[in-house]
Design a protein around this ligand. Structure first.
Ligand code: C5P
Length: 406
C-alpha cells in the first residue's frame, strides 16, 4: 500500500546542518508514492548537493527565483499551485523569521507566500537560537497563522551544545506527513463546487430564476469539509448559512458564476456542478424598470448562457468533473447522455417535480460514471451528500491511481 500515492509535496530545504537528512526524508516520501519537488534556499547547497535530491525525486531541484527556464511560464506560481503540502525540513531560524515576516527574497519564501497549501516546518538550529525571544516570537506568529511546527527534538547538537533545536528524525517527519494526509480521504485536495440558482436580470428589479434552494450543494460542501477537503463554494442567491470551513463566493447570474468558477478552478482536483444554472438570459437588460404598456403580451429575447460544467470539463488540465441532472422523466437515459455529451467523470441524477428535488429536504440520486452506477435511495440531503462524496472519493482515487500507476 502507498498511503501517499499521487500526493504533491513541495519539500523546502534551508541551510542547516540537518539538511543532509532531507535526502532520507525525500526517499521515504517517494517510497510511499508521493510526488516530491525540492526547492532549496541558495545556501542550502553548501550542506547537501542538489544532484542527490534530483536523483531521489526524479525532478529538477530548484534554488533560484530567477531561473529563466522556468520563470517565463511563471514557474514559481505554478509550483505554488501544484503543491498540496509545503514541507520545510530543516527550517532554520532565518527561514522562520522570513516566513513570519512574509518576506519573499528567495524562491522558497516566495513559494510559501504564493501557496495556499498548508505549511509544515521542522525547525533545526542551535539551542540558544531556538530559545531566543526573536525565534520564539516568530514561531508563535507562524503557529497562530496555522503553520505546524514539527519538533524540534531535544538533545546533542552538531555544535557540541545540548538542548532543543535538533531536527526531528526523517522517520518522525514522514509519519506526521502520513497522518496529515490520512486525516480525511480528501485532505489536501481542492474542490470547487457550484450551488443554488442563478438570476438573470430583465431590468433593475426583475429577473428570471428557478426553484433551486441550494440545500444539496451546501450539504455536499459540508460533507467535503468533513473529508478534509479545501472547499470553494460558488453560490447563487440562496438563504443558507455557509458551512464551517468553506470558502464561499456569492454570485448572481450564470455569467458571474462562470467567471467565479474559472477564477477558482485552475488548481482544483475536483469540480462539482450542483447549481441550477439558467440556460438562457435576457438578450438585453433594461436600464430602467420595464413598464406594462398597453400590450397583453411581452416578448423577451433570450440568449444562451455559457455551460460552466462543459467548459471546465473541456480544460486541458481538468479536475475530476461531477455534474447533476434534474429531470422530470427518463432520468437514467438523459443523465447518461449528459455524462457523455459533457465529457464528465460522474453524474448525479434526480427526478424533480414529484415532491422531491429542488426545495425538499429529502432527495434520491442515481449516480452514474463511465462503467458503473449506484442508486442512492431517498434520504436527507445531508446523508445523501455523504454517500455521494464517498462515491466521488472512490472514483477519484481509482482515476488518480490509474493515471499514476507507481
Ligand atoms: O444540461 P443541463 O443544464 O441539464 O446540465 C446540468 C448540469 O450542468 C448541472 O451539473 C449544472 O450545474 C451544469 N450546468 C452548468 N452551466 C450551465 C448549465 C448547466 O454548469 N449553463
Amino acid at each position: 500500500m502507498q498511503p501517499l500515492r499521487g500526493r504533491r509535496i513541495l519539500l523546502g530545504i534551508t541551510a542547516g546542518i540537518a539538511a543532509y537528512k532531507a535526502a532520507e526524508l525525500a526517499r521515504l516520501l517517494i517510497k510511499d508514492g508521493a510526488q516530491v519537488r525540492v526547492v532549496m534556499t541558495p545556501s542550502a547547497g553548501e550542506f547537501i548537493g542538489p544532484l542527490t535530491l534530483q536523483a531521489i525525486t526524479g525532478e529538477v531541484v530548484r534554488d533560484s527565483l530567477f531561473d529563466p527556464a522556468h520563470e517565463a511560464a511563471m514557474g514559481h506560481i505554478e509550483l505554488a499551485r501544484w503543491a498540496e503540502l509545503v514541507l520545510v525540513a530543516p527550517a532554520t531560524a532565518d527561514f522562520l523569521a522570513n516566513a513570519a515576516a512574509g518576506a519573499a527574497h528567495d524562491l522558497l519564501t516566495t513559494l510559501c507566500l504564493a501557496s495556499t497549501a498548508p505549511l509544515l516546518a521542522a525547525p533545526a538550529m542551535n539551542q540558544a537560537m531556538w530559545r531566543h525571544p526573536a525565534t520564539r516570537a516568530n514561531a508563535q506568529t507562524l503557529q497562530a497563522r496555522g503553520v505546524e511546527l514539527l519538533g524540534p527534538d531535544d538533545g546533542e547538537q552538531a555544535c557540541g551544545d545540548s538542548g532543543p533545536g535538533r531536527m526531528l528524525e526523517p522517520a518522525a517527519i514522514h509519519a506526521r506527513v502520513r497522518e496529515f494526509f490520512a486525516d480525511g480521504r480528501l485532505t489536501g485536495r481542492r474542490v470547487v463546487l457550484t450551488a443554488g440558482p442563478t438570476r438573470e436580470a430583465l431590468d433593475p428589479v426583475r429577473f428570471l430564476g428557478n426553484r433551486s434552494s441550494g440545500k444539496m450543494g451546501f450539504a455536499i460542501a459540508e460533507a467535503l469539509v468533513a473529508q478534509g477537503a479545501d472547499v470553494t463554494l460558488v453560490a447563487g442567491p440562496v438563504a443558507l448559512a455557509t458551512p464551517a470551513g468553506v470558502r464561499r463566493i456569492d454570485v448572481d447570474s450564470a455569467q458571474d458564476m462562470h467567471a467565479a468558477v474559472f477564477a477558482a478552478v485552475r488548481d482544483a482536483d475536483i469540480f462539482i456542478a450542483c447549481a441550477a444554472v439558467a440556460d438562457y438570459r435576457p438578450a438585453t437588460v433594461a436600464a430602467q424598470k420595464l413598464k406594462k404598456g398597453d400590450s397583453e403580451t411581452l416578448r423577451v429575447d433570450l440568449v444562451r448562457n455559457p455551460d460552466i460544467l462543459s467548459d471546465v470539463a473541456a480544460l486541458a488540465q481538468r479536475p475530476f468533473c461531477v455534474g447533476f441532472a434534474a429531470e422530470t422523466h427518463d432520468v437514467a437515459a438523459y443523465a447518461e447522455g449528459k455524462l457523455r455529451a459533457k465529457g464528465l467523470d460522474m453524474i448525479a441524477a434526480n427526478q424533480v417535480g414529484v415532491s422531491q428535488g429542488f426545495e425538499a429536504d429529502d432527495n434520491a440520486l442515481l449516480v452514474i460514471w463511465p462503467g458503473g452506477s449506484v442508486a442512492l435511495p431517498s434520504q436527507s440531503k445531508r446523508q445523501l451528500a455523504s454517500g455521494l462524496v464517498e462515491l466521488i472519493v472512490e472514483r477519484f482515487d481509482a482515476q488518480t491511481a490509474a493515471e499514476d500507476p507507481r
